[in-house]
Design a protein around this ligand. Structure first.
Ligand code: ADP
Ligand code: MG
Length: 952
């Protein structure tokens, strides 16, 4: 039972106030068919909307089954519309993109009824209005009458107590109107039907009560319903359950909605995806460029690690031009100068060369590097920090003809080194770089024997990478080559052939060598015999150590004890290898460690360390306390000379004097002695010179100014004669001459030199440190860390280094940064464009669906439901645009990469979209659409349902 009590409603448009209802009171029975008649603008629709809870009254009350609606909240009205009221409109107000069945289901969907029940009830309701065969048609495939039946089915599907129909036959022909009226009359049998109509005949024929309305007043009522005022209690407010709809339902609803307009959805998503495409393409490009730059940086840093030598020259200070250089074109002319000026640039430069040589205390610095807390570690790249030690060893091998070759190439050195042609021969050149056939390979992180940089740069052709100290690998270039001379010197090719080749070169023949090839198996069978430097020092009877490195027989003996290095693999450099080794044989850090340990425990090193004051090679004191000690050493030395040693020494003295004579411009007019006897006599009278130069002067005084004559004279003397001459020379040695002999012929050396020669190495004192970083930025962090280290370190421990890459690359870094900033700016712009686009699209979608919002509201959807539906829709569209954007981008990347590769001429720049980025972009698209759609969806929710329904 509905009671309308003195309801008033005014509409205000600007200053104009339109009274639509002016104190309408009407009691409606639970079960009757009321027709409301009246001219246009009399307030019929307004009255109907107020009864249906779609519009609000200004004053009065609407009492529903004894419940006052004065305190109704939005959600009470929503619930009332959803559960108790069904609306039928003149213009049907079906949702065009939903099927007939879905349209009817909608009212149930809003009530949160399960899908199966929804469908069952909707079909039943449609059958009731005679449309059981048209379930899956779209509204525009039906006639007007059929559409109105769908509207009635929809209004009744919730089984409401009240059906409100606003001119339901207004758009229909007479025949169809009659059918609709019949239907409504049927419906009115068990509920209240209030129908607005223009058509008095139909009203009179079908309705059982007619109310006439004019200018917001009731003119007359054919069957008024008077209530006993005393019987009715005071109306009280009761809360109603709310019309509920889960987000999932909204999602499904929106999904169905979007599914029914595929093309439109696709276009919308495509428009939204354009922004995403823009972003993802720019990200991919910048990703590709950044990867390329990173690779280049990594490769550069691999080739130019920050190297700190035990002894360093600060190149950057040398390269600094202070504007004083005479040839500097940028130097300004000073017009005020009017005299002769000296330019000291060159002298200052020379002085700076000498002063810029600096000793680095790498022991202290290594302690800093070994401390995991040190700041520098955050910048160190994947190749880590490498400590280099000066380990010294020789390797030998037997060629296929069982000839022993020293792998440093010395086996092929000619005896006659004075020969000019042999000096020019390639072997002479390779001999100078002899020991470089073996090279330690950059060790990997985490104790791996070979660094990833090497593994990435080489490809194993046979065998495997060495893992143990006694394993090595042969490293080929990208063409699978090794320099032929190296193959000979390593004993991989027969030594006799190489000797022939060298002889031919010596003879001045033009060489044309046939190409030599070795199978991997042949190489893998090779063994190298390694003799650590300390093994060359063998203890003699006197308890001193002799250097046997020049003694072939001794070496052959040592070979039996030698460490055997096995070639366990052959690898060739990749075409684009970023790290290549300079030597053909690579060994592991394990061998270095083994040799350091071996040498440190060798007899010679132990002996030297036990006697740090005495040189174990000659028994001399390293640092004699005074001249007495030196004289004693000199006497001991001279008394032990053999005949030939004496002769040799005399010869050397004479040679020395001859060379210095030939270089002296002024000569005293001296006579050339006629014979050797005379020379000997002259020597007897001679006072020992203080130094070599003086000695030379004396010699010159006695000999001819012509050095050739002198050399000839010397050569003519026998060993005995020379020895006798020497004995005479030193018959009565004075202090000065003995000191001279000590200074010139006795070298006590230093403890450090000896230990170095014996191969003794302290792990705490590397000779150089290579610090690898992965980017210029990290490298800058490393230099910064070293500078910070220097701030805290003692003066003597200051580290000086040359930042080669920093000097070469500072401009590159700037360019790289500019490129990155530009790319970021591009991404930002496309982001903004994309979100604006998505916002506009969502807004248009809302405008377009205004009517639908009204319909949904009329069926009981709450404001929240409405915004939920729209949010769900933007959510789906956002996901769709994101996926579409990413998909299209991936497709576009194929031709884009082809173009880039073509333009840049390299395949190293690869625009690519990473999976996390793709996911992030889809999420971004969804977030953007949601945000962009939030405002329009709130707008939509706020829309007055009455106005929304009036919208065309
Ligand atoms: P009917 O349905 O009987 O033709 P209405 O109830 O639609 O009449 O309108 C009654 C009066 O209220 C009319 O004069 C109409 O112009 C006015 N009116 C209805 N809705 C609005 C509105 N939203 N804003 C301003 N005036 C309105
Ligand atoms: Mg109307």
């Amino acid at each position: 039972m509905l009671q309308i009590k003195d309801i008033r409603k005014q509409y205000q448009t600007g200053d104009f106030v339109q009274t639509a209802l002016d104190g309408v009171s009407l009691n409606l029975r639970d079960n009757e068919f009321v027709a409301i008649l009246g001219p246009s603008g009399s307030g019929k629709t307004t009255l109907l909307n107020i009864i249906g809870g779609l519009d609000r009254y200004d004053s009065g009350d609407l009492i529903i089954d004894g419940t006052s609606t004065k305190q109704y909240k939005d959600r009470d009205w929503d619930s009332y519309r959803n559960h108790s009221v069904g609306f039928v409109f003149q213009s049907y107000n079906l949702i065009p993109h939903q099927s007939v069945l879905s349209n009817v289901e909608l009212a149930l969907t809003i009530s949160g009824i399960s899908k199966a029940e929804r469908k069952e009830r909707a079909i039943a309701s449609l059958k009731d209005v005679g449309l059981g065969d048209h379930l899956h048609k779209k509204p525009n495939q039906l006639s007007g009458g059929q559409m109105q039946r769908v509207a009635i089915a929809r209004a009744l599907v919730n089984n409401p107590n009240i059906l409100l129909a606003d001119e339901p036959t207004g758009a229909l022909d007479t025949e169809t109107s009659v059918q609709i009226m019949e239907l409504l009359k049927e419906v009115a049998k068990d509920r209240l039907v209030v129908m607005v109509t223009h058509n008095p005949e139909l009203a009179h024929e079908y309705a059982n009560r007619i109310v006439n309305l004019k200018d917001g007043h009731i003119l007359d009522d054919s069957n008024p319903f008077e209530l006993d005022a005393s019987a009715s209690e005071e109306a009280v407010h009761r809360n109603l359950g709310k019309a509920s709809m889960s987000f999932f339902t909204s999602l499904a609803l929106s999904f169905n909605n979007l599914k029914t307009k595929k093309a439109r959805t696709f276009l919308t998503a495509f428009a939204g995806s354009i922004g995403i495409i823009g972003i993802s393409l720019i990200l991919s490009l910048s990703n590709g460029v950044n990867n390329y730059i990173e690779d280049i940086q990594k490769e550069t840093m691999l080739s130019y690690p920050m190297t700190i030598e035990a002894q360093s020259i600060d190149l950057s200070s040398l390269l600094q031009v202070d504007g004083e250089a005479p040839s500097d074109p940028n130097r300004e002319i000073d017009p005020s100068r009017d005299a002769v000026y000296g330019n000291s640039f060159v002298l200052e430069r020379v002085s700076s060369v000498t002063t810029s040589i600096k000793e680095n205390n790498l022991t202290a610095f290594k302690q800093y590097l070994d401390d995991p807390e040190s700041e520098i570690h955050q910048y160190v790249g994947e190749n880590g920090i490498q400590f280099t030690y000066d380990i010294s060893f020789d390797t030998f091998s037997f060629d296929s003809e069982e000839t022993l070759v020293n792998n440093d190439g010395s086996s092929f050195e000619e005896e006659d080194t004075a020969s000019s042609s042999s000096m020019m021969s390639p072997f002479a050149m390779s001999a100078s770089t002899s020991s470089s056939h073996f090279q330690e390979m950059l060790p990997g992180a985490d104790e791996a024997s070979v660094s990833q940089a090497i593994l990435d740069s080489y490809q194993v052709e046979a065998g495997d990478w060495p893992a143990n100290y006694d394993e090595v690998i042969l490293l080929l270039n990208a063409h699978k080559e090794v320099e032929t001379s190296a193959l000979y010197e390593l004993g991989l090719l027969p030594a006799s052939d190489y000797k022939e080749i060298l002889a031919a070169i010596d003879a001045g023949e033009t060489l044309e060598l046939e190409e030599k090839t070795l199978s991997y198996e042949e190489v893998m069978n090779t063994e190298f015999y390694l003799i650590p430097a300390s093994d060359y020092f063998v203890e003699n009877e006197e308890g001193l150590f002799d250097d046997v490195s020049g003694d072939t027989a001794a070496i052959e003996g040592l070979l039996e004890e030698a460490i055997k290095l096995k070639v366990v693999g052959v690898a060739s450099a990749n075409e684009d290898a970023s790290y290549t080794m300079t030597s053909p044989i690579g060994y592991t850090r394990a061998l270095t460690n083994y040799l350091i340990d071996y040498s440190n425990n060798s007899p010679v090193v132990l002996a030297q360390e036990a006697n740090p004051d005495i040189n174990v090679l000659n028994g001399l004191e390293f640092a004699p306390a005074d001249d007495e000690a030196k004289i004693a050493d000199a006497k001991a030395y001279l008394s032990n000379l053999t005949l030939s040693e004496k002769a040799q020494m005399m010869q050397e003295i004479m040679m020395m004097s001859a060379t210095s004579a030939s270089t002296q411009a002024t000569m005293p007019n001296a006579e050339m002695p006629e014979s050797s006897e005379e020379t000997a006599n002259a020597d007897e009278e001679m006072a020992m010179p203080e130094n070599a130069e003086e000695l030379a002067d004396l010699e010159v005084a006695q000999n001819s100014a012509n050095p050739e004559a002198q050399a000839a004279q010397m050569l003519s003397m026998s060993e005995e004669e020379l020895a006798a001459m020497f004995d005479d020379y030193l018959a009565d040695p004075d202090t000065e001459s003995l000191l001279m002999v000590y200074d010139n012929y006795l070298s006590p050396g230093t403890l450090d030199d000896n230990l170095l020669a014996f191969g003794s190495i302290s792990l705490d004192a590397p000779t150089s440190i290579n610090i690898y970083s992965d980017s210029f930025e990290a490298k800058d962090g490393i230099t910064q860390s070293i500078d910070n280290y220097n701030k805290t370190a003692a003066d003597a421990d200051q580290i000086s280094y040359t930042d080669l890459v920093g000097m070469l690359m500072s401009s590159v870094t700037t360019i790289v940064n500019v490129v990155s900033y530009v790319l970021v700016a591009f991404v930002g712009v496309s982001l903004v464009v994309s979100s604006i686009m998505i916002g506009i699209i969502t807004f248009i979608s809302v405008l377009e669906r205004t009517k639908e919002i009204g319909i949904l509201r009329a069926m009981g959807a709450s404001k929240r439901n409405i915004s939920q539906v729209f949010n769900a829709e933007t959510f789906i569209i956002g996901a769709l645009s994101g996926l579409l954007g990413v998909g299209i981008s991936l497709l576009l990347l194929i031709p884009i990469n082809a173009v880039i590769h073509n333009l840049v001429g390299t395949t190293s720049v690869n625009a690519s979209l990473s999976i996390p980025t793709a996911i992030a972009l889809v999420a971004l698209s969804m977030t953007l659409t949601l945000i962009a759609g939030l405002l329009p969806s709130r707008e939509a929710a706020k829309k007055d349902p009455v106005i929304a329904l009036r919208t065309e």
